[in-house]
Design a protein around this ligand. Structure first.
Ligand code: GMT
Length: 377
């Protein structure tokens, strides 16, 4: 099939999922066209059967905000026509589902019918999308997509609770390509480049937005550090980076923390990890937690959103109420203080993550594409 994919090209989870999906579809012989504002960060040039088309927005002094949706819908029309695409799959409802709807209407005038698949990822529903400024347009775009998918059962329920949805929402979970992660039997990576033998290595990966509760990450780490010598690797960047730095100095743990910035090699960094922290305010799925588990790293997380569908309490890690850093630190120490117990959690984490292997999830997307009916608008 010929599939157009629209996503945010940055380090956010929705862009990562969309890019990995496109790459995997290309490997299976589908022709994939990314239509995005920049080349997606996880997409290399010369990927098999994968093409990239950049959406340009001209600066014009009259505009306070550049009309990206207009440029995107015009580009979608051009690419669908030029390459004869079969499907447009947009990731993150705002503004992609809306732009795709406009493109679909323009194409209809030219006698071309193209089905739109919208995948909801989380904050497009729970934080941004349900804001009164956007809600009518988001609700309209979801109802006027031909197929709607959500990345967890929790997100499906949130969407039905927050919007007046007249369509079925299919759950297709985030997935992981295990070929990129070390197996349980692999020898340890060279962790002594980062920590002493007696130190545990704890990792957090995110875009450091308020929803990730970065200050909780530092607080939990400081509490662990009181009991067990450890290092914290902070991977990513974003608005709360400086606050994290300040808090770590205040709590006297700054020297034990490495801020590594954004990385395309999270799988390699996770090779060093003993424990992963994800105390988010909300998380529709928690792809970062799944990536950690695939790299045999237990997860200490909050119990919000879709996290209980990924991180299994007492098996692959532990879950606590949002903001309960005391409980999170207690659970972290429980896992880390005993080597046999740590190994048991590591093994469980990787075994459970297999439920979300690309081999299990990719066929669900392919089946959905195959059976799609242009039943809408
Ligand atoms: O989590 C982020 O900050 C990025 C965000 C995005 O949309 O780019 O991630 C969301 O989508 C991911 C992929 O489906 C999910 O695994 C994340 O849980 C979700 N983030 C939130 O719900 C906060």
């Amino acid at each position: 099939m010929k599939i157009g994919i629209v996503c945010y090209p940055t380090f956010g989870g929705s862009g990562v999922v969309a890019t990995e999906l496109g790459i995997a579809l290309g490997k299976k012989g589908h022709e994939v066209h990314f239509i995005t504002s920049k080349q997606p960060v996880r997409l290399n040039f010369l990927t098999q059967n994968v093409h990239f088309h950049e959406v340009f927005v001209e600066e014009y002094p009259l505009f306070h905000f550049q009309p990206y949706e207009l440029a995107l819908s015009s580009k979608l029309v051009a690419i669908v026509e030029r390459y004869g695409l079969d499907i447009l799959h947009v990731h993150y409802a705002i503004p992609h589902a809306y732009a795709a709807y406009m493109a679909k209407q323009m194409l209809k005038e030219k006698g071309i019918e193209i089905p739109i698949v919208t995948t909801l990822h989380g904050t497009d529903i729970t934080l941004v999308g349900s804001h009164p400024f956007y809600k009518p347009a988001v609700e309209f775009s979801i109802n006027n997509s031909d197929v709607v998918t959500a990345v967890s059962e929790s997100l499906r329920k949130d969407t039905l609770r927050l919007f007046d949805i007249k369509k079925e929402i299919k759950v297709i979970y985030n997935f992981i390509d295990f070929d990129k992660y070390p197996s349980i039997d692999d020898v340890d990576c060279e962790r002594n480049t980062l920590a002493k033998d007696n130190e545990r290595i704890i990792v957090h990966v995110s875009n450091f937005r308020p929803v990730k509760r970065i200050k909780d990450v530092i607080t939990i780490f400081a509490k662990i550090q009181e009991k067990l010598p450890s290092k914290l690797l902070m991977v990513g960047d974003g608005p709360d980076r400086e606050q994290a730095d300040l808090l770590s100095k205040k709590l006297g743990v700054r020297d034990q923390i490495l801020f590594l910035g954004n990385s395309n090699e999270v799988n390699k960094i996770l090779c060093y990890a003993d424990l992963f922290l994800l105390p988010s305010e909300t998380e529709s799925f928690g792809l970062a937690a799944l990536e950690a588990m695939a790299a045999k790293t237990p997860v200490i997380s909050s119990n919000s959103g879709g996290l209980p569908e990924v991180n299994i309490n007492g098996k692959t890690g532990f879950l606590s109420n949002v903001g309960d850093t005391e409980d999170m630190a207690k659970n972290a120490i429980y896992i880390l203080e005993n080597k046999e117990r740590l190994m048991e959690f590591k093994v469980n984490a990787q075994i459970f993550a297999r439920k979300f292997s690309i081999e299990n999830i990719l066929p669900l997307y392919e089946e959905m594409y195959r059976t799609i009916k242009v039943g809408c608008c």
